[in-house]
Design a binder for this molecule. Structure first.
Ligand code: GAL
Length: 410
């Protein structure tokens, strides 16, 4: 019998006899699955068996809907993947375990980045375990196709449009993108960041200030989004982000714009990054760091006690595990005291750019990926942007008016 399977059998025999731990998440791509395998193996070594409730749909909107439905039915999973302001909302509901003992043991107050503490700590202390820090304003470039087109990496959106038009003339997919609201909205977010800069982005899409939403910068970003829509053939409806990444890998697509979970899938497909496919700041956003962060909450239920939650949190807070998980996931660690040795050059650049951006006040939360406003407003705005992208009859005025009315409701 192979050593591994013997190990797994022995580990499960020595399992803490409190059964399996159910985790609800939306990590279903190749890279996400590989990262989850490392999490599952790590918990098994602690005698904890993981049961997956994986909900299809990148970005997590569907997963959050399922979590709400299950909480209403009194049937919560033990652990749930979650992001941003939702963490505090679940704490206010009062069905989330605190994990202050784990935070104290690993000295989170000292070793977490301050923005990580703000997101995962409330007046009750730590109510979530942060695990990844993703950068969203990345442009992923297929160098083989770029060389065929005799182009250099675009640094501005005019250069980006020129490159995409040349790619289209050569029957390449100019920009690989999934046809889902959160992906199109994330593309729009990068356009807003590029047209108005970090402060404008923050006032318009994080603070939802009316005079920034109804502005020339927003209209320019909308016009550019409409131009992209006309430039790229509608790809498979509801195409997932990782299907778009596959087109980049197979030399069918020149660019993909999005978070470094894309790196996780590239590495899981043994792509040589950054040699074959390179990572560059999205056009006109070189000094900005648009981020989102994954955390886990531990649901308070009769069959998942505070003690059990702390046992799982202790295991997941382990620095070696956190380093390994992020290396595979494509993200960077949320702890300042975790070394990046063995990380991909794109992750090392991400970490460097994050430190620089944080010092200059240029690190901003992603509204479209659950880090800035309440999920209802976020999903409503994402849907309006997607509707504008898909339907050329929708005017700039109409989508601006709708976003303003959503903003008023928050
Ligand atoms: C984000 C999440 C990432 C990745 C991405 C695509 O919301 O933070 O970890 O899963 O969705 O699904």
């Amino acid at each position: 019998m192979r050593k591994t399977s013997l190990f797994i059998i022995l580990a499960s025999l020595s399992a803490t006899c409190w059964g399996d731990v159910e985790i609800l998440h939306w990590w279903t791509s190749k890279g996400e699955q590989k990262a989850l395998d490392s999490l599952e193996h790590h918990l098994l070594q602690q005698g904890i068996t993981l049961n997956h409730s994986s909900i299809l749909g990148g970005g997590g909107d569907t997963a959050m809907t399922v979590l709400q439905a299950r909480a209403l039915a009194g049937n919560t999973p033990d652990i749930a993947q979650i992001e941003g302001p939702s963490i505090k909302a679940w704490d206010e509901v009062g069905i989330v375990h605190t994990i202050n003992e784990t935070a104290k043991k690993y000295r989170w107050d000292e070793h977490l980045y301050s923005l990580t503490i703000d997101i995962n700590k409330t007046s009750n202390g730590y109510i979530a375990l942060p695990i990844t820090l993703h950068r969203l304003n990345w442009l992923w470039v297929n160098h083989t196709l770029l060389d065929q087109l005799e182009l250099t990496v675009p640094k501005t959106w005019p250069e980006m449009f020129q490159a995409m038009e040349k790619a289209k003339q050569k029957n390449m997919i100019p920009l690989a993108i999934g046809e889902e609201a959160w992906q199109i909205a994330m593309l729009f977010e990068s356009l807003v960041l590029a047209t108005g800069g970090v402060d404008f982005y923050y006032n318009a899409l994080v603070e939802l200030q009316r005079d920034h939403i109804d502005s020339e910068q927003m209209r320019l970003a909308l016009r550019q989004l409409r131009k992209i829509s006309s430039l790229i053939e509608a790809q498979h409806p509801n195409q997932k982000w990782d299907t778009a990444t596959q087109a980049l890998i197979e030399n069918k697509a020149l660019f993909q714009l999005g978070g470094d979970w894309i790196l996780g899938d590239l590495l899981a497909s043994d792509v040589n990054v950054p040699q074959e496919i390179g990572c560059y700041p999205a056009p006109q956003s070189h000094n900005a760091f648009l981020y989102n962060m994954d955390s886990f909450i531990f649901m308070d239920a009769s069959d998942f006690t505070q003690q059990q939650a702390l046992q799982v949190a202790d295991a997941l807070a382990d620095k070696n595990f956190q380093a390994k998980f992020n290396r595979i996931k494509g993200s960077i660690p949320v702890h300042t005291d975790i070394s990046l040795s063995g990380f991909n050059p794109c992750q090392i650049q991400s970490h460097h750019d994050f430190i620089q951006a944080t010092e200059k006040g240029l690190a901003v939360p992603s509204m479209t990926d659950s880090m800035a406003v309440n999920p209802v407003a976020q999903q409503a705005i994402n849907s309006e942007i997607f509707r504008y992208y898909r339907n050329s009859d929708v005017s700039e005025d109409e989508v601006i008016k709708r976003i303003i009315s959503i903003a008023k409701s928050t």
